[in-house]
Design a protein around this ligand. Structure first.
Ligand code: ZN
Ligand code: ZN
Length: 215
């Protein structure tokens, strides 16, 4: 994800949509995190990036289908992903914002000066017109002060990955009523029954028994 930093001033003031459909974006990190996952239908992230006065709005949607190991039986569990998000990232404290590339003829963006109440930051001088002084923590994987020279950089691909991982179910199931593996003999109970005495050994079954008792 480190190679995906983009200079914010190259994003037009009206915003820009970034599309990530190179499957390597997802495969790399999935492998890194040790998640066993097959991509069934290409995962695509579309993120609209809109620079605002105090930060950047990322409005995105991730779609696709993957197979994860079922939490109970370890068979493939199909997970259809349709995940929409709005994420606002404030500018890093002290960031110097460059005018956007398409702002030549318009008035320079005097962010601090526009603020009502004229809150002063540490120096309190006019020279700070392009200084953001918000104290909310920015997500450093997604927005940062440009390491070389002035300006701010954004990494929508890193955000796409973060949101993708949020969209994954914690306990994927191959089907809602998956019977799981027998804790004693290890047989997949969806495929074959066994005669093991599992009374009291499987908390999931005791939940089922309790339900039956109520009914
Ligand atoms: Zn299962
Ligand atoms: Zn068994």
């Amino acid at each position: 994800m480190n190679g995906n930093w983009i200079a914010l001033h190259t994003v037009p003031r009206a915003g820009k949509t970034f599309v990530f459909n190179d499957q390597g974006i997802w495969r790399g990190p999935l492998k890194e995190f040790g998640v066993s996952c097959t991509i069934l239908k290409d995962i695509t992230a579309e993120i609209f990036v809109l620079p605002l006065d105090e930060g950047v709005l990322f409005r995105g949607k991730i779609t696709g289908s993957i197979a994860l190991p079922c939490d109970r039986c370890a068979d493939d569990a199909r997970v259809d992903i349709e995940h929409a998000f709005d994420d606002f990232e404030p500018y890093p404290a002290g960031a110097n914002l460059l005018p956007t590339a398409d702002a030549k003829e318009s008035v320079p963006r005097q962010r601090t000066a526009q603020r009502k109440g004229g809150r002063k930051s540490a120096g309190g001088k006019d020279a700070e017109v392009f200084t953001a002084d918000l104290t909310i923590d920015a997500d450093e994987a997604v927005i940062r002060t440009a390491p070389r020279g002035p300006g701010v950089e954004i990494n929508p691909a890193a955000l796409a990955w973060e949101e993708f991982s949020l969209a994954l179910p914690i306990k994927p199931l191959c089907r809602e009523n998956c019977l799981g593996l027998c804790p004693i003999c290890g047989k997949n109970r969806n495929l074959e029954s066994c005669s093991c005495d599992t009374d009291g050994t499987d908390p999931r079954l005791s939940v089922l028994r309790a339900l039956k008792a109520k009914a």
